[in-house]
Structure formats: structure tokens, C-alpha cells
Design a protein around this ligand. Structure first.
Ligand code: EPU
Length: 426
């Protein structure tokens, strides 16, 4: 196993290009199962999760060729309709094959994901949604066994709370259902808009893109897709926070600033100067370049899009650990997403938690000291990277395979911004 070594205390400066979004790439790859043929996806990030998902696709009979940017998928021959526990346990997003397999083959068997580091994360909304589409579902021996006689039937589905992959799963299935499906209280994350664009390009009839009500008029047939993955807003947000935390200045290009409304607002509150144009963001920490810099405090509460994203909560907590005041961080999406707190404390952060609320007493921009820490999940790991970059001395982060799930070329990108960071064998 590898660990990441960071010699911190260097302001990040320069230019960085953002990769395609992991959480858009996975559903878009799943959507190629909907119809036979050769599909082309571009701007596909080279990540551990992308590779795991392609392994799953392969196990279903799909062939593919990937050059690190363009992914060609041939889904003509599907031999299997089962996603095994071996694959699903390493990546919950595997559940996204359920909708497309049901729509194309009329049956699917997908392992139940089980618990994960950030919370229980059930898939009951997906299951209830498919039941509304007249799918027979049995839960047996850790698997969801789903089958339909004939075609899926359109239905009216109302999510108790907006679910990202739940919306995506039902949306994909509904494109080939008989009749109209309405998804109410749908999630509105930009990755869902990307999926809608791809499906419409394949011949699907969908209304309500980027709203909480999607109406899908089922069609008999779709055609193969050609689509580009949107930029990764969480990757962009992570680097913006890292630049601010180290007192640096950088331009982040190839991103979509309009997908980060809440974070940009909070970074401005924390004192950063931010300029946006259509596809790039320039950020400068307050006082950067003058030797001393400071970070103001800002409170956050995670919410479905366009609220503050849960996937940027841990990173913002690392930033607030360095502020000159107190901030309150509330996690409302996942029940166990404070695993980074104990690790941040190892670097000297002053954080108290009570249920879903964390009170962070900033120790100032010179207050953290490097230490050995352990990555627990993807976003928790990136918060440790940010804290390590800002801390003085050496930080060693073990179990970095978590980071490789969602950050493409992390070491190269940080090195280009002047960070002293490298990998070593544990
Ligand atoms: N929920 C249920 N039942 C369900 C589905 C969801 O109770 O059937 C609950 C969840 O437990 C959670 C809330 O609804 O409390 C929202 O969960 P959601 O379904 O939206 O999460 P997800 O689709 O499993 C995606 C991202 C996550 C991201 C969340 C929230 C992908 C592949 N994953 O997960 O990304 O945190 O939405 O925005 O799109 C990450 O990239 O690090 C990551 C965890």
C-alpha cells in the first residue's frame, strides 16, 4: 500500500486544469447499457472508481477502450445481468446498473451495497421507485433480484428526500418505459443534468432538466450515445479550498463556476478574492504574497444542490481549522461524515462535535503541525491533504487508495502548484 507524504507550509500558486466529474462519469457509463451499440464518452477521468465501474461493465459483457480521456464502449452483447458483491462492495455507485439493465433486459440482480464509511446509505428509494414501475423485487441473500414481465411501466415517483443516484437510476429506466414517468423531489445536481443531456442525445424525451420534477416520456428505442462529461465541481472545490488554506493564489480552469455557487460564497466570506468567468476561477487568499495571511470564519450546512455540498464538507472543515475565529459546520446529508475530525485533531485542529454539528475553533494559519494520519474515505482524505499542505512540517497520509478513487493525478496537480508532495510505499 502507498502513503502520501506532504511537506507543508508552502502557498499553492499557479494554474490547474480540472478533470471530468467522477459522479457524472459513473452514471453516464451505466447509461450505455440502455441500448446496444458503440458509445463514445469524452473527458472521462482516469480514476480508481472509473476503472472499477468498467470492470463491472465488463462482467456484464460490455467491451471498452479507454485512452485516459475518451472512452469507447460497445454494449452490443450483454451476457449477464448481475452485479456481484465483490464489485458492489468496493463501489456503491454500482447500483446504477440496476435501472439500465431492467430497461434493456427486463431483469437484474445487483448486490446490496451494505454500510459504508460515511453512513448507512440505503437504496430503499431506488427499490420503491422501481416497484412503482411495476418491477417485482425480492431481496434475497444480500442481492436485489428485480424482474419485470414485458416492459417497464411509467409511474409517479416521489422521493422523501432528493437522492442523486436514486434519481439517476429511475431516470435511466424511465427512458424506455411504457408511458410517462414523473420523478418528484428529484435531485438537481449538475451531474444529473449531464445524464439528461446524454439521454436526450440518445433519443429520450425528458422535461424538467435541472429542476426537482423530471417528466420522462418513455420511447421504444434509443440510439448509441456520444457525450462529454462535465468538469468535476468537487475536485475544483477541493483545490480552491487548498489554495485558500495555504495562503496562495491560483487559476483553476476547465471548470464550471456556476456549479459551485455555495462554496464560492463561503470562500468569499472567509476573505478570499475570487473572480469567475465562464470556465475558470481565479482565487487569491487574503493577504497572500505579504508573508502573513489570514482566513476568516464561515459557517456551513450541507444541503442538496444548489446548497453547500456534503462532498466538500470535510475540506471546508480543514480550512476552518486554520481560521482566526469560530465556525459551525452542520452535516445534514450523511449521518457519519465526521470521520476526518479525529485525524484533523492529530494535526492540532480544535474541533468539538455534537451529533451532526461540529464547532471548529480556528487555530490561525500557522496553527497546524504535520503528523501521521489515516485516510478513511474519499473526501475525508482530501481534507487531510489540505490540512497537511497548510501545516508546518511533514504529514504522512496512509491508505491513499481512497484518494485515488476520486482525484485524478493529485500528486502531479499539486506539484505543479508548488506543493512538496510525493508517494511512498508503506
Ligand atoms: N437515501 C436513502 N435511501 C435511498 C437513497 C438515499 O435514505 O434509497 C439517503 C442517503 O442515506 C442520504 C441522502 O438520501 O442521507 C442522499 O443520498 P444520495 O442518494 O443522494 O447519495 P448517493 O446518490 O448515494 C451521491 C454521490 C455521493 C454524494 C451524494 C450526495 C455518486 C456516485 N455519489 O451519492 O458522492 O455524497 O450523492 O450528494 O453520485 C463522493 O463522491 O465522495 C460521494 C460520496
Amino acid at each position: 500500500m502507498e502513503k502520501l507524504i506532504i511537506e507543508g507550509g508552502i502557498p499553492l500558486r499557479g494554474h490547474l486544469k480540472i478533470s471530468g466529474a467522477k459522479n457524472a462519469a459513473l452514471p453516464l457509463i451505466a447509461a450505455t447499457l440502455l441500448t446496444p451499440g458503440r458509445h463514445i464518452l469524452r473527458n472521462v477521468p482516469d480514476l480508481r472508481d472509473t476503472r472499477t465501474f468498467l470492470k463491472l461493465m465488463e462482467s456484464l459483457g460490455v467491451t471498452w477502450h479507454y485512452d485516459g480521456y475518451s472512452l469507447n464502449i460497445d454494449s452490443t452483447r450483454l451476457g449477464f445481468s448481475e452485479a456481484s458483491y465483490e464489485l458492489v462492495k468496493t463501489m456503491r455507485a454500482s447500483v446504477l446498473v440496476l435501472g439500465p439493465l431492467l430497461a434493456r433486459l427486463g431483469r437484474a440482480r445487483v448486490s446490496l451495497p451494505g454500510g459504508c464509511a460515511i453512513g448507512e446509505r440505503p437504496i430503499d428509494f431506488h427499490i420503491r421507485g422501481f416497484e412503482k414501475m411495476k418491477v417485482n423485487i425480492r431481496l434475497e441473500q444480500g442481492y436485489v433480484d428485480a424482474e419485470i414481465d414485458g416492459r417497464l411501466q411509467g409511474g409517479s415517483i416521489n422521493f422523501d428526500i432528493p437522492s442523486v443516484t436514486g434519481t439517476e437510476n429511475i431516470l435511466m429506466a424511465a427512458t424506455l418505459a411504457q408511458g410517462t414517468t414523473v420523478i418528484k423531489n428529484a435531485a438537481k445536481e449538475p451531474e444529473i443534468g449531464n445524464l439528461v443531456d446524454m439521454l436526450v442525445g440518445m433519443g429520450a424525451v425528458i422535461e424538467g432538466k435541472d429542476t426537482d420534477r423530471l417528466t420522462i416520456q418513455g420511447v421504444e428505442k434509443l440510439r448509441p450515445a456520444e457525450c462529454e462529461i462535465i468538469p468535476d465541481r468537487i475536485e475544483a472545490g477541493t483545490y480552491l479550498i487548498a489554495v485558500c488554506a495555504t495562503g496562495g493564489e491560483a487559476t483553476i480552469s476547465g471548470c464550471n463556476p456556476s456549479h459551485l455557487p455555495s462554496l464560492l460564497d463561503k470562500l468569499r466570506t472567509a476573505g478570499c478574492l475570487i473572480e469567475e468567468d465562464g470556465s475558470s476561477i481565479h482565487i487569491a487568499a487574503r493577504g497572500n504574497g505579504g508573508g502573513e495571511f489570514s482566513i476568516g470564519s464561515a459557517d456551513i450546512k450541507t444541503m442538496p444542490y444548489p446548497g453547500y455540498p456534503t462532498d466538500l464538507q470535510a475540506q471546508f472543515m480543514a480550512l476552518m481549522s486554520l481560521s482566526n475565529s469560530v465556525s459551525v459546520i452542520k452535516e445534514t446529508i450523511f449521518e457519519n461524515r465526521f470521520m476526518h475530525v479525529a485525524e484533523l485533531r492529530r494535526l492540532g485542529a480544535d474541533i468539538q462535535t455534537d451529533g451532526h454539528t461540529a464547532v471548529v475553533k480556528g487555530v490561525g494559519t500557522k496553527g497546524l503541525l504535520g503528523a501521521p494520519v489515516m485516510a478513511t474515505d474519499l473526501r475525508a482524505s482530501s481534507s487531510l491533504v489540505i490540512a497537511g499542505l497548510a501545516a508546518s512540517g511533514r504529514t504522512e497520509i496512509s491508505r491513499i487508495y481512497h484518494l485515488e478513487r476520486g482525484y485524478e493525478k493529485l500528486v502531479d496537480k499539486l506539484s505543479n502548484l508548488g506543493a512538496r508532495v510525493w508517494k511512498e510505499q508503506e
